[in-house]
Design a protein around this ligand. Structure first.
Ligand code: FMN
Length: 157
């Protein structure tokens, strides 16, 4: 796909097929995360890909308020050093766009309880857990959501 097409086609997907995500595709997502830039090239993050169904379901049951997450075959949990959510968002966006390019659906999810996720996955208390992202084949084709115009967003002087 052309790069702008990837950007335009990405949607928040909230309905997933149960089909597993092939490892060859996941490896591309890992590489997209790995190649992302970060301040001072510090790479202050870790990304946990949860494929195990029991663990996924425990995370969704104890930490999430959104049942659509039960169906995604993979949930990626991003962890980072304190105050490094900015770097992490850049890497996660690389991954999300790469997933779109691979024909996969994703959804940024910021509304979840951090402490149960920390406990279930054994994430150190020094790390933040800014975001999680379900990954799988979309079982819906949402329309594009409206966006502000370029005139509203961009000022050229
Ligand atoms: C930082 C961030 C947090 C989000 N958290 C949630 C969430 O907890 N649950 C959810 O269903 N969608 C969440 N979203 C998805 C947004 O609602 C969605 O991206 C937005 O409505 C635009 O729709 P689109 O992604 O299909 O263009 C989040 C998006 C971002 C960027």
């Amino acid at each position: 796909m052309d790069f702008m097409e990837v950007i335009a086609k990405r949607r928040a997907i909230r309905k997933y097929k149960k089909d597993p995500v092939p490892d060859e595709k996941l490896v591309k997502l890992y590489e997209a995360l790995r190649l992302a830039p970060s301040g001072n090239n510090r790479q202050p993050y870790k990304f946990i890909f949860v494929k195990d169904e029991n663990t996924r379901h425990e995370i969704v049951r104890r930490a999430c308020h959104q049942d659509f997450l039960y169906d995604a075959p993979v949930i990626m949990i991003a962890c980072c050093e304190q105050g490094r959510a900015f770097d992490t968002a850049i890497a996660v966006d690389h991954m999300v766009l790469s997933a779109t390019n691979e024909g996969l659906g994703t959804c940024w999810v910021g509304w979840f309880e951090r402490e149960p996720v920390r406990e279930i996955l054994g994430i150190d208390s020094s790390m933040e857990i800014p975001i999680l992202v379900p990954i799988g084949y979309a079982d819906e084709c949402p329309e594009a959501k409206p966006r502000k115009s370029i005139q509203e967003l961009v000022k050229v002087i």
